[in-house]
Design a protein around this ligand. Structure first.
Ligand code: F6P
Length: 322
């Protein structure tokens, strides 16, 4: 193999730059030319390429976002888009491809492989942590810490005015962020998409929080919760309780910022593992880390299988908030 292409796709996540850096520097040390593809799959379809040397990735390890740019590319969801992408990869002589992103990125990569371009390795990078085949995705730890910092601050004002707060964290379909933030932030309640919320029960619990002497009650809600986001849940609970409450939607703040040490380390390990996998002839797999070991999971499984979530943490949140 003489060269390898690298792209970031879907929602950006802190640690993407650290991962690109690892891929470029490990690729160069293997004697490969590394071709950066700007703006994800959209840039691939536009042949927006840039050669990356060791110095092109200086001073990006600690930066959030992705210096290559990213996109959510509708054309890559069509057979024509996939066919065009395979033709471009072949015409440009890109011998292997590393795709950094989440489930949408790996759906695209699987489609490329099925259309005949098989030398692909994925690296899991999304704040949602909703990718099968790795304990943690790159970016998740930073997002949890960012949300935690906000919750600690909200707690100060919530206690001062004795108000219930409804805080929405990201997680379109899964509750990984809401669960971890709930435990680490000492939330009184967390609502996640995987478990149906009983709003009647929640309003009684919040009432009880104050009756037993708490000065605040924090409810963390995953944006994809079936009861609606924080605004809807708060309105429902507010009607039942008849007290003043506040809502805070943390939103894209969780996607930005300097990656934590844990995310930089994971990004560095998985970036290096992706290059090694390709160099060793591995195809159509995603690198991950499970129980401290580097793993390889078939691309199709990364989005086709459901990653388990530790729902026992919900019980722990309740007990610890008693
Ligand atoms: O990247 C994952 C994610 O941050 C989800 O948590 C969220 O639902 C979504 O992306 C938001 O996407 P966009 O930035 O396109 O609005």
């Amino acid at each position: 193999m003489k060269n390898v292409g690298v792209l970031t796709s879907g929602g950006d996540a802190p640690g993407m730059n650290a991962c690109i850096r690892a891929i470029v520097r490990c690729g160069v040390s293997h004697g490969l030319e590394v071709v950066g593809i700007r703006w994800g799959y959209a840039g691939l379809l536009e042949r927006d390429f840039v050669t990356l040397g060791a110095r092109s990735v200086s001073n990006i390890l600690q930066r959030g976002g992705t210096f290559l740019g990213t996109s959510r590319c509708e054309e890559m969801k069509t057979p024509q888009g996939i066919k065009k992408a395979v033709e471009i990869l072949r015409e440009e002589g890109i011998e292997g491809l590393i795709t950094i992103g989440g489930d949408g990125t790996f759906r695209g990569a699987t489609a490329l492989a099925e259309a005949g371009y098989t030398r692909i390795v994925g690296v899991p990078c999304t704040i949602d942590n909703d990718v099968y085949g790795t304990d943690h995705t790159i970016g998740f730890d930073t997002a949890v810490n960012t949300a935690l910092d906000a919750i600690d601050k909200i707690r100060d004002t919530a206690e001062s005015l004795q108000r219930p707060f409804f805080i929405e964290v990201m997680g379109r379909t899964r509750g990984f962020i809401a669960l971890d933030v709930g435990v680490a932030g000492g939330a009184e309640h967390s609502l996640i998409p995987e478990i149906k919320a009983d709003l009647e029960d929640l309003s009684h619990s919040i009432e009880h929080d104050f009756r037993k002497g708490k000065k605040s009650s924090i409810v963390v809600i995953a944006e994809g919760d079936e009861a609606g986001g924080a605004v809807r849940v708060a309105q429902e609970i507010g009607k039942r309780l008849g007290v003043e409450y506040r809502v805070c939607v943390l939103g894209h703040i969780q996607r930005g910022g300097s990656p934590t040490a844990a995310d930089r380390i994971l990004a560095s390990k998985l970036g290096a593992a992706a290059v090694d996998a390709l160099v060793n002839g591995k195809e159509c797999h995603m690198v991950g880390e499970m129980k401290g070991e580097i793993t390889l999971t078939p691309l199709r499984e990364t989005w086709g299988r459901m990653k388990e979530l530790d729902s026992k943490l919900l019980e722990l949140i309740k007990v610890l908030a008693s």
